[in-house]
Design a protein around this ligand. Structure first.
Ligand SMILES: Cc1cc2nc3c(=O)[nH]c(=O)nc-3n(C[C@H](O)[C@H](O)[C@H](O)COP(=O)(O)OP(=O)(O)OC[C@H]3O[C@@H](n4cnc5c(N)ncnc54)[C@H](O)[C@@H]3O)c2cc1C
Ligand code: SF4
Length: 546
């Protein structure tokens, strides 16, 4: 614990008097003027942006992060209520297309300081070593310019900083977690029971939820509102795990600041800062280095919207790579009914998972694999699950009255990166007059085969646990890619250090840079990649950024 605190003091900077926010820290934070040339400005204060900000502030850099959304105060802004939490999502217009269009809104990204991790579930598995070389191993997907070994120390750091609780993990590169696993609720028990009967290994965790007090953060109280923002502060998000330390070390966080373009000096080809809108006013923040971390849809959109004479097709888009290879995970959700009460809402939705099906199985007719985790939809999401089966009116009401008897599992299938799955700019404009993102998505045969396989295993597990009825819906989760890292500029947008090939002082440090996604939830990997990029930047600056 002492080691974590010397690296990141966030948990100790939160108040210990029952409130969730250190208002003094926010009130007294350093504020830079627009015409101060920052060492680095970050666009987006979510998983990737916040880690970068905190690391650079610690290294003495003059840094600020601009976020389009608010600086959340869990006491004032969040409610433990499903219907009352829609303001946490990025609901600005986006156009969807392709043969399998991906619905936008609550299912993909958040807004405001903390980003999508404010309403993420809290699962934090690592990627497997194979995820970094799927092309070499399995002939599909892409190889990263870095390997698991290069991310491993950063996985370990971030797992301590969140901190993560879970059983020893036998899959991928076997490892342990800093905190012991949480007690398991009814839904997790069903999963463990069914898996045991079928000889499937299932483990408790890994979740970024405090199991015991961590600094001034209280432990989880098992009320199950993790996807509504965790008013308790037990579930990790950058708002509480990285921003307090960043502020204490001299960083500025500028909320309600929508970045509309990255400016480039036409003569030198270097980024000079960012244009942004704040309280209806157009402003410009100067910076020696720009890092974009606005999420897999907004990052490519911003690069495309930053077209200029030198980059007429969009920033860093000379080789038509921006926006391509965007990935979602196929996330079928299977529910099973039990005579005994399960009460799946009475615990965090992330509890138990299995990665037995993660790697390519040569006996199957598809490549790569899927993970299974338990998910615990609250009543509105449960109603959506039931309604998607065609139940309506009196039958829907019956299913809803039966809610406490249902358990639910979710699959995460590794959909493959494809060049045609991409963000481009639509004709439609947003309320600021900026072209909105058009996101086209089409599944390939391998993706569909994985969905079927995951559904079949989940149905088997629930039946083996004693379910008398199972119902499945098809969903998507977790967008990554769109500005991927690669060995060269013809295959991607940034290099292994997250530096763009086209603009030497422009970095991308969010989920957009991931070339593959495995079957793991991505937040931990996004943070680890950002932490590594920060170290490389600090190292390259050798005592001071230039
Ligand atoms: C319902 C749900 C559950 C999830 N559960 C899990 C889970 O259990 N485990 C897991 O690992 N992952 C989970 N995820 C995914 C995870 O939260 C995201 O993958 C991750 O947070 C993405 O990180 P990021 O840095 O790419 O972007 P984000 O964290 O989304 O941060 C982007 C930030 O940029 C800001 N922004 C965007 N555009 C601009 C602009 N132009 N100007 C200024 N600011 C801008 C946004 O307001 C936002 O704060 C879940 C996601 C959802 C929606
Ligand atoms: S179940 Fe635990 S982590 Fe989830 S919202 Fe409640 S206190 Fe937070």
């Amino acid at each position: 614990m002492a080691g974590v605190r010397s690296r990141n003091e966030s948990a100790w900077l939160l108040p210990d008097d029952g409130r969730r926010t250190n208002h003094r820290l926010r009130r007294d934070m350093r504020r830079f003027a627009d015409d101060d040339e920052l060492d680095l400005v970050v666009v987006g204060c979510g998983a990737g942006g916040s880690v970068l900000l905190q690391r650079l502030a610690r290294a003495g850099w003059r840094v600020a992060a601009l976020d389009a959304g608010p600086f959340w105060d869990p006491d004032a802004d969040w409610v433990s209520d499903e219907a009352g939490s829609h303001h946490l999502y990025w609901t600005e217009p986006r156009v969807i297309a392709g043969t399998d269009p991906v619905p936008m809104g609550s299912n993909n990204s958040g807004r405001g300081v903390g980003g999508s991790m404010i309403h993420y579930a809290g699962y934090t598995p690592r990627f497997h070593p194979s995820d970094f070389m799927t092309c070499r191993l399995d002939g599909v997907g892409a190889d990263w310019p870095i390997g698991y070994g290069e991310l491993r120390p950063y996985y370990e750091q971030i797992e301590q900083e969140l901190p993560v609780a879970g059983e020893r993990w036998p899959w991928g590169h076997a490892h342990g977690y800093p905190y012991r696993p949480h007690p398991v609720g009814g839904n997790g028990e069903v999963f463990l029971r069914g898996a045991r009967k079928l000889g499937i290994t299932a483990k408790v965790g890994p979740v970024a939820i405090a199991n015991g007090r961590f600094g001034n953060r209280p432990h989880c109280i098992y009320r199950g509102f993790c996807l509504q923002g965790c008013k308790v502060n037990a579930k990790a998000s950058p708002l509480i795990t990285h921003i307090p330390d960043a502020l204490a070390r001299g960083a500025e966080v500028r909320p309600d600041a929508m970045v509309t373009g990255v400016a480039v000096d036409e003569r030198t080809g270097r980024a000079t800062g960012v244009h942004y809108l704040s309280r209806g006013k157009e402003r410009f923040q100067r910076a020696a280095i720009v890092a974009v971390a606005g999420y897999s849809i907004e990052t490519p959109r911003l690069l495309l919207n930053s077209a200029c004479t030198r980059f007429p097709d969009g920033l860093c888009n000379d080789f038509d790579q921006v926006g391509r290879y965007l990935m979602v995970q196929g996330a079928p959700q299977t529910a099973g009914r039990f005579d005994a009460e399960v009460r799946m809402y009475k615990a965090p939705p992330p509890e138990v998972s299995s990665e037995d099906f993660y790697e390519t199985d040569p006996a199957k007719d598809y490549k790569r694999g899927f993970a299974i985790q338990n998910v615990s939809p609250l009543p509105i999401t449960w109603a959506e699950h039931v309604a998607a089966q065609g139940h309506w009116g009196a039958t829907l009401r019956e299913y809803m009255s039966d809610y406490v008897h249902w358990a639910c599992l979710g699959g995460l299938c590794e959909f493959l990166p494809q060049p045609g799955n991409r963000v481009t700019l639509a004709e439609e404009k947003d309320r600021h007059g900026l072209p909105v993102a058009r996101f086209a998505y089409s599944q390939c045969d391998n993706d569909r085969a994985l969905m079927r396989a995951a559904q079949s295993v989940m149905e088997d597990i629930l039946r083996a646990a004693g379910a008398d009825e199972v119902i499945t819906i098809q969903r998507y989760a977790h967008l990554v890619g769109g500005a991927r890292m690669a060995a060269d500029e013809r295959r991607g947008v940034v290099d292994g250090r997250c530096r763009s090939f086209a603009v030497p002082n422009l970095y991308i440090t969010d989920g957009s840079v991931l070339p593959t996604q495995g079957s793991a939830n991505p937040a931990l990997t996004i943070m680890a990649v950002a932490a590594r990029a920060a170290d490389q930047l600090i190292g390259a600056a050798r005592g001071g950024p230039n």
